[in-house]
Write a protein that binds this ligand. Structure first.
Ligand SMILES: Cc1cc2nc3c(=O)[nH]c(=O)nc-3n(C[C@H](O)[C@H](O)[C@H](O)COP(=O)(O)OP(=O)(O)OC[C@H]3O[C@@H](n4cnc5c(N)ncnc54)[C@H](O)[C@@H]3O)c2cc1C
Length: 348
């Protein structure tokens, strides 16, 4: 089995496969394993099965160590360029370009940041919040000294706080909705540092010459316009599943706005419409790392069953435990719309 993506979904898929007796190879274009986790310095939520209370990069390190112990090969700096209808994968790795012919493929490629066009959006200093987080947490570089964050979901709030910790001044968090969608604990941290959160406001434009120098923000209630002097403008306006490889492979693509937009259709057990191809994690709908881990495990059990390594009864027993855990993870009020969207997708 080949797993594309060494994030929590891909690594857990490979671990579960190894446990079932399937030989698994994980490929990731990044030079480090762990996907999004390796740049997360905050403590994660979830249950003890998913590393709750640990920092993201610690969970990433533990999953990579578990893979090494289980005999899973993880090839880093290895981008999957193509996933063909023949079932072949085209890989560009340190040894050059080569083709793999796996009997099962798990697509666990995660998600990419969304953006939107506005006057000045191509100015240097305008960037995704995830890009700002990579600069700060991985490279030790501040994206700017005075930053405006657009979007008050978890990503916007967490990255705003991490920018503050790194010494930037966050002049505000702007949110078009009338309420914050991120967790209260992240909101309170930002508020305690004196950062104003502007609800029902929208970004109008970025101004500047060589780089961004100001951001214009409009109140949706009275139309008043505020001008913020900034040298970085971060967009945290959502994530979209990376479905390109699945689309190239010929998997049916569906749409679920609550899960980030277009994504590979899959059944409850993470099988796509293409035989031998499975999907897991944010690539199967943007949720959280804990969900990604259990979806990865579920995909691997389905693959092991289809490969004849697990019999139907063994597979059903493992799956029912994983599905019950997923139900619990999606039980909270903030996950309700995602749970409903998943149920609609899987039954369609
Ligand atoms: C700022 C922020 C804070 C978060 N905080 C939390 C939290 O507190 N708790 C929580 O549960 N979740 C949190 N999350 C969400 C969590 O990080 C993601 O849901 C999770 O990482 C998704 O896992 P994944 O394995 O599906 O994808 P990712 O972690 O994105 O991994 C995908 C991997 O696929 C690789 N890849 C993609 N395309 C290719 C290709 N063509 N070839 C080779 N490799 C490829 C990428 O390099 C990447 O390593 C947070 C996310 C962000 C951005």
């Amino acid at each position: 089995m080949v797993v594309v993506g060494a994030g929590p979904a891909g690594l857990c898929a490979a671990l579960e496969a190894a446990q079932a007796g399937v030989r698994a190879l994980v490929l990731d274009e990044n030079e480090r394993g762990g996907g999004q986790l390796h740049k997360q310095i905050h403590r994660f939520f979830g249950s003890r099965h998913h590393g709750a209370g640990k920092r993201g990069f610690e969970i990433a390190r533990e999953l990579m160590e578990d893979c090494a112990r289980a005999g899973v090969e993880v090839r880093l700096s290895s981008a999957v360029l193509g996933c063909f209808r023949t079932g072949e994968l085209l890989v560009d790795g340190p040894q050059g370009v080569y083709v793999l012919r796996p009997r099962a493929t798990v697509i666990a490629t995660g998600a990419s940041e969304k953006s939107f066009p506005f006057p000045g959006w191509t100015l240097p200093g305008v960037m995704g919040a995830g890009a700002a987080q990579t600069l700060v947490n991985l490279h030790g570089v501040l994206p700017g000294r005075r930053v405006l964050m657009v979007g008050a979901g978890n990503v916007g709030l967490i990255v705003a706080y991490q920018l503050l910790q790194a010494g930037a001044e966050v002049v505000g968090v702007v949110e078009a909705e009338g309420e914050v969608s991120g967790y209260e604990v992240h909101l309170q941290r930002v508020r305690r540092e004196g950062v104003p959160v502007y609800l029902r406001h929208r970004l109008l434009a970025a101004e500047g010459g060589e780089g961004v120098e100001a951001a214009l923000v409009e109140s949706l209630d009275d139309g008043g316009v505020k001008r913020f002097r900034v040298d970085a403008l971060c967009l945290a306006v959502g994530l979209a599943p990376q479905a390109e490889l699945a689309a190239m492979r010929g998997c049916r693509i569906s749409y679920a706005g609550e899960l980030g937009g277009f994504l590979p259709w899959h059944d409850r057990d993470m099988r796509t419409s293409a035989p031998g191809v499975y999907v897991a994690g944010d690539a199967a709908g943007v949720e959280e790392a804990s969900v990604a881990m259990d979806e990865g495990r579920l995909a691997a059990v389905s693959a092991a069953e289809d490969l004849g390594v697990l019999d139907a009864a063994e597979a059903a027993a493992i799956k029912s435990a994983l599905l019950a855990r997923l139900e619990g993870l999606r039980g909270g009020p903030s996950a309700r719309s995602k749970r409903a969207a998943k149920a609609r997708l899987c039954s369609g």
